[in-house]
Write a protein that binds this ligand. Structure first.
Ligand code: MIG
Length: 662
C-alpha cells in the first residue's frame, strides 16, 4: 500500500508514472514530520537500505548522506554527496518495515544515527514536496510497490552485456585499433570500445575531430565488422563558438540556462566557456536529444553522458573572487596562515560552487526556476533528453545509454556508471555495496570503472576487481588520462585475466536473463543477504556478499594479499570455484562460516539448493554466445525460468520466458 503526503506546491519531478491520490491517512507523517524535518527513532536493530548512488555500506545506518548531485572524484569515507540523488530507502526494525520515497529536487540530508545514535533525521530544504510511505510484508515487496510507482527501468541492448574497454586518452583511430588488436591477439573477449572527449573537435558535442578520425562513419562500420561498438561520450556544456551549429541554434531558440539578466549563463568546462542546455525546458530537451542523431547516422548505437551534475570548473564570478582575494594580500610582506588558507580556498571554491549554482535559471514549462532548486534534476533530464529522442530515432532497436549524474525517474531512460573511483581496494567493496541500493531505486544497467579510474592500478587489484565486475550489467574497464595503462593485455598473466572475462561470457545467458526478469518483475538483480533471508540474524551483518537473482551468491575477494576470504553461507549451498574458464571445482557447504581458499586467479559462486543457472560456451563476442544451447550449473533437482530475446526488441514480455527442468 502507498500513502502519499503532499506539502505546499512541489516542483514536479516526473519521477513517478502512477497518479496516486493525496492520502487522508497522515498518521505516519503527523508522528514524524515537522518543519520539513523528519525524525525517526532508531536503535541497534534498525536497518536502513537504499539511497541509491550514495556512499558507504549496504546498511546506511551510522552516517549522513546529502542528496545533491556532485562532481566529486574522490570517494573517501567522509563524503556525503556523490553524483546521484536517489531519495528512496526502506527502514526495518523489530516492529515494522516500510519504504519512504521523497519526491523533491531539493537538497535532502539523511542523518542516520550519525549525530545522535538513536535518531534518524531527514531535513528537506524546501517547503514543498511529496513523500510516499510504502508498506508491505517484506523489503522486496516494498521495493516492488515503489518500482511500480516510478515505472519500468531502461532496457540495455544484449550486446552491452559484453566487456568494454575505455580510457580517457585514446586519441585517434590508431589508438582504438591498437586496443582492438591487443584484445584480439590475446583472445580477450570484447564488445565495446569507448570514445572519451578527445574524439570531438575542441570538446564540442556532436562534432568529430577529423584529423584524428578522418572518416568516422567508415571507421564505425569497420569496427562493426569486427563486432565492436564504439561508444562516444557526450558532455553537458555546449562550447560558445560562433558558427558552431549547436551553439547558434541554442542561442537562437533560448535553449540555454540564463542568468539574472536573462543572458545565457556562462561557465567553463572542457571546451572552455560553455552554455548549459536547459534540459528542464521540453523544447530544449527535444532539440538536444535529437542531436544524438548526428552520431547515430554514422552508425553509433551507444552513448555515455558526462559532466551533467552539471560540473563547473569555473565561472567569471569565481575567478574574480579568487583574484580579489589574492590581490588583498599581494603586497603584504608577512602573510598569515589563515590568509594563506583564504587564498587557497578561493582557488578551491571555483569548482562546482553553490554560488554559481544559484546564479542561473531554468524555464520549466513557463515557470522560471533558480538552478539550485532543481539542481538534482539536471543530469536526469540530460539523459532523458537523449533517451526520449533516441527512442524516436531508433524506434525498433535498443540503444546503449548511461549517465554519470542521476535522479529517480532517469532509470526509465538509461543506466549509470558510478563515476570517478580510484584504483583502491576499498573501491571494489564500495562498488559492491552500492549495487543493491541502485537496484532498489530502479537503476539496473549499472557498473563501476573496473581497475579504478584515478590512480595507478596493479595486476592483483585488476584481477580481483574483474572477478566482481563480471557480474555487473555494465562491465567496463576505464581509467583517467595520465594513469598507468590498464587494458588487460598490459599485464603479465593475460591468460588468467582472459579466463575471468571468459566466465562472464559463459554466464551471459544467465546474467542477461536475470537482468531482463528484474525489470519485468520490478525485482532486484543484486540483493543483500538480509533481503533473501530476513529471518536469519547473521544475514544482516553481511556487507560484502550479494545474491544475484534467486539462484546464486557471490563473495568476491576485495582485499590485497588474500589467498581467500571468509564467507557466510546462509543455507546449504554448492560452491563452484572457477580455476579457469573451462575448469571448476565443486564443493557443498552447510550453513555456517568458512574460509574459502582462492588463489589470485580463482573466484567462486555459490548455488542455492534446487537452483540451476545456464552456462554457455566460451565466446569472444556476445554475438557468438549461444543463448539457446547451454549446460546448467545446478545444485539438486531444479527449475530455471530463462528469459531470452533477440536483445534489441523494446518489448519486454513474460512470453520470452522458458521454463527448464534440470
Ligand atoms: O573532468 O571526459 O567521470 O569518466 O573520463 C573529467 C573525461 C571529465 C569525467 C568522467 C570520466 C571521463 C572524464 N570526465
Amino acid at each position: 500500500m502507498i500513502l502519499k503526503y503532499r506539502k505546499g506546491n512541489p516542483i514536479p519531478t516526473e519521477s513517478t508514472v502512477l497518479n496516486i491520490n493525496i492520502s487522508e491517512n497522515i498518521e505516519f507523517f503527523n508522528k514524524h514530520l515537522s518543519n520539513n524535518n523528519m525524525l525517526i527513532n532508531i536503535d541497534e536493530n534498525t536497518y536502513v537500505y537504499g539511497l541509491g548512488g550514495s556512499n558507504r555500506g549496504i546498511n546506511k545506518v551510522g552516517y549522513k548522506y546529502t542528496s545533491y548531485c556532485s562532481d566529486d572524484p574522490v570517494h573517501t569515507e567522509d563524503k556525503v554527496s556523490l553524483y546521484a540523488a536517489h531519495n528512496f530507502f526502506v527502514l526495518k526494525n523489530e516492529k515494522e518495515v516500510y519504504g519512504i520515497f521523497i519526491d523533491s529536487p531539493a537538497k535532502i540530508t539523511y542523518d542516520i544515527g550519525f549525530t545522535d545514535i538513536n535518531e534518524f533525521r531527514i531535513s528537506i530544504e524546501t517547503d514543498s514536496y511529496d513523500i510516499y510511505y510504502i508498506s508491505g510484508n517484506s523489503i522486496i515487496e516494498i521495493v516492488r510497490e515503489y518500482r511500480k510507482l516510478v515505472g519500468k527501468s531502461y532496457l540495455a541492448p544484449k550486446w552491452a552485456f559484453g566487456y568494454g574497454q575505455s580510457r580517457w586518452g585514446y586519441m585517434n583511430e590508431s589508438d582504438i585499433e591498437n586496443v582492438l588488436k591487443g584484445h584480439n591477439e590475446n583472445g580477450i573477449p570484447l564488445d565495446m570500445i569507448y570514445l572519451d572527449i578527445d574524439y570531438m573537435k575542441d570538446f564540442k558535442d556532436f562534432t568529430i575531430n577529423e584529423e584524428r578520425f578522418p572518416n568516422f562513419s567508415q571507421f564505425v562500420s569497420k569496427m562493426k565488422k569486427e563486432e565492436i561498438h564504439l561508444i562516444p561520450i557526450i558532455d553537458a556544456g555546449v562550447k560558445i563558438e560562433k558558427d558552431y551549429d549547436v551553439y547558434e541554434q541554442g542561442i537562437e531558440n533560448n535553449y540555454f540556462c540564463f542568468d539574472k539578466e536573462n543572458k545565457p549563463f556562462v561557465a567553463a568546462v572542457w571546451p572552455g566557456q560553455v552554455h548549459f542546455p536547459d534540459f528542464l525546458n521540453k523544447d530544449a530537451r527535444a532539440w538536444f536529444g535529437n542531436k544524438y542523431k548526428f552520431l547515430m547516422d554514422k552508425g553509433i548505437d551507444g552513448f555515455w553522458n558526462d559532466m551533467n551534475e552539471p560540473a563547473i570548473f569555473y565561472t567569471r564570478a569565481g575567478i574574480d573572487n579568487m583574484f580579489k582575494t589574492v590581490d588583498k594580500y599581494r603586497n603584504k610582506e608577512n602573510i598569515g596562515v589563515y590568509e594563506l588558507w583564504e587564498m587557497k580556498d578561493s582557488f578551491m571554491a571555483m569548482n562546482n560552487s553553490d554560488k554559481d549554482y544559484s546564479s542561473f535559471y531554468h524555464n520549466y514549462n513557463g515557470q522560471i526556476l533558480n538552478h539550485k532548486d532543481v539542481h538534482n534534476l539536471y543530469g536526469y533530464n540530460m539523459t532523458r533528453a537523449a533517451g526520449e529522442q533516441i527512442n524516436l530515432i531508433s524506434p525498433d532497436k535498443r540503444v546503449l545509454l548511461f549517465s554519470r549524474s542521476s535522479f529517480i525517474g532517469m532509470h526509465r531512460y538509461g543506466g549509470i556508471w558510478t563515476g570517478d573511483n580510484f584504483s583502491w581496494w576499498s573501491h571494489i567493496l564500495l562498488s559492491l555495496q552500492m549495487m543493491p541500493g541502485l537496484n532498489m531505486s530502479g537503476f539496473m544497467y549499472i557498473g563501476s570503472d573496473i581497475g579504478g579510474f584515478s590512480g595507478n592500478t596493479s595486476e592483483d587489484l585488476m584481477m580481483r576487481w574483474l572477478q566482481f565486475a563480471i557480474f555487473t550489467p555494465l562491465m567496463r574497464n576505464h581509467s583517467a588520462i595520465g594513469t598507468k595503462d590498464q587494458e588487460l593485455y598490459r599485464f603479465k598473466n593475460i591468460d588468467k585475466l582472459r579466463n575471468i572475462v571468459e566466465v562472464r561470457y559463459r554466464l551471459l545467458p544467465y546474467l542477461y536473463s536475470e537482468y531482463m526478469k528484474s525489470i519485468l518483475n520490478d525485482d532486484m538483480y543484486f540483493k543483500p543477504l538480509s533481503f533473501v533471508y530476513p529471518e536469519d540474524e547473521m544475514a544482516y551483518n553481511i556487507e560484502d556478499q550479494l545474491i544475484i537473482g534467486d539462484e546464486i551468491m557471490i563473495a568476491p575477494v576485495y582485499k590485497a594479499n588474500s589467498k581467500g576470504r571468509f564467507v557466510y553461507i546462509p543455507e546449504t549451498m554448492k560452491a563452484i570455484k572457477f580455476t579457469s574458464s573451462a575448469t571448476y571445482e565443486e564443493k557443498i557447504y552447510e550453513k555456517g562460516n568458512y574460509f574459502i581458499d582462492l588463489n589470485l586467479h580463482e573466484f567462486v559462486i555459490f548455488i542455492r539448493q534446487n537452483r540451476a543457472i545456464p552456462f554457455s560456451n566460451i565466446a569472444k563476442r556476445v554475438e557468438n554466445v549461444d543463448f539457446n544451447n547451454f549446460e546448467f550449473l545446478s545444485f539438486g533437482k531444479s527449475t530455471y525460468e530463462y528469459y531470452n530475446d533477440n536483445g534489441l526488441d523494446k518489448e519486454i514480455s513474460e512470453k520470452n520466458i522458458v521454463k527448464y527442468e534440470i
